[in-house]
Design a protein around this ligand. Structure first.
Ligand code: GLY
Length: 372
């Protein structure tokens, strides 16, 4: 059931290995990449407690010595204090230029450790072992690394591609249902942005893969990674097409800021709601069929995850305040909001040409339903 997706970035090309049981095989899969049999692992306390022993046993069986640092779990870790602690710890471990660092966790760990590897001794290699669905289908692939600033999310960072990604789909079985479904928002995003047949497949198979169908999980992660790899190879540093991967994210980032990056809304849930809103906006602008936004929401309902503003507990700011928050997004260029809109399911494009009043009306209608 193992699949490989190759990311052909010339001298920085790498493989993403996908399937159940890869953690137990990590040692022999990592060994060929090492100049000496020694690695440093950075994980978080939750993943560490569940899976670190399995990883270190596998490394030991392959004759690889390892040391590990466990950071607190959660988005708050992705800032300067834990970043500088990580860099200092890696230096204490005497990581050399030719050594590899292992990022073992979800998106927070992958982003922070990738950035630490990018700057340590002006750049050491790293391996991603993503443990959340979101990290397996999005953040571990493509080389975006970084941390948050008081000025916003992911504002400090570097492009630094991993040498190898090991996505063990059996690990997904240890996620809570909510975390798994939050990651699913990013899976659905790929179908919506560029592959209508994949979205159709998800409409049938989504509930099965959520219920634990391993073959369906492997197929969904593989197709997502394949699509991400194609886009990253076309536009590694996001000068154009890579922005398609941000479908739903302009709405999502405003909602995450409005809810204080709290448990009220997980990132992937915001992406799912944001995708539904992006399709609503596209339909209002006459770009896609009127039925498309309902089809997106119907699928999310079938999956049992958030799909509307009214699914977010607690009060939300006004439509105008949400618009202001959207204006603080990284994707603003020359003061113009950039949106990813769609001509239909599987056909997204990037545009700055969106009337603010239409965006405001879409938000207002969604907010009006909150009290309904
Ligand atoms: N997560 C969006 C990207 O990697 O470009």
């Amino acid at each position: 059931m193992l699949e490989t997706v190759h990311v052909p970035l010339d001298s920085r090309a790498y493989n993403v290995e996908i399937g159940p049981g890869l953690l137990e095989q990590a040692g022999r899969r990592i060994a060929p990449f090492l100049a000496r049999p020694k690695v440093s692992i950075v994980t978080d306390e939750t993943v560490g407690a569940l899976h670190l022993a399995t990883l270190q046993d596998s490394l030991r069986r392959a004759g690889i010595e390892s040391t590990a640092l466990s950071l607190p779990a959660g988005e708050a870790t992705k800032g300067w204090p834990e970043f500088s602690r990580t860099v200092d710890w890696l230096l204490e471990q005497k990581v050399e230029r030719r050594d590899l660092v292992i990022a073992f966790g979800g998106g927070v760990i992958g982003d922070l450790v990738g950035f630490a590897a990018a700057v340590l001794r002006r750049g050491v290699g790293f391996i991603q072992i993503p443990t959340s669905l979101l990290a397996q289908v999005d953040s571990s692939v493509g080389g975006k690394t970084g941390i948050n600033s008081v000025h916003g999310k992911n504002l400090i960072g570097a492009f630094h591609q991993p040498r190898l990604v090991l996505a063990d789909t059996a690990i997904l079985g240890t996620l809570t249902e909510r975390d798994f479904l939050a990651g699913y928002g990013e899976v659905m995003k790929y179908g919506l942005l560029g592959d209508a047949a994949f979205f159709e497949w998800l409409e049938t198979m989504g509930p099965k893969l959520a219920a634990g169908d391993m073959a369906a999980r492997v197929s969904a992660v593989r197709r997502s990674v394949e699509m991400k790899a194609e886009i990253v190879v076309r536009d590694e540093t996001e000068q154009g097409d890579r922005a398609l991967l941000n479908l739903g994210h302009t709405f999502c980032h405003a909602l995450e800021t409005a809810t204080g990056y709290s448990d009220r809304l997980l990132h992937g849930e915001g992406v799912a709601i944001g995708c539904a809103l992006a399709f609503e906006l596209s339909a209002r602008l006459g770009l896609c069929a009127q039925e498309d936004p309902s089809r997106v929401r119907a699928h999310l309902a079938e999956m049992g995850t958030k799909r509307d503003l009214r699914d977010i507990p607690g009060d939300l700011p006004s439509a105008d305040d949400l618009l202001t928050l959207m204006g603080q997004d990284k994707k603003v260029l020359d003061g113009q909001l950039r949106f990813i809109l769609a001509r239909g399911i599987g056909d997204a494009f990037v545009t700055s040409d969106v009337p603010r009043d239409t965006v405001r009306a879409v938000l207002q209608d969604a907010l009006d339903q909150c009290g309904a």
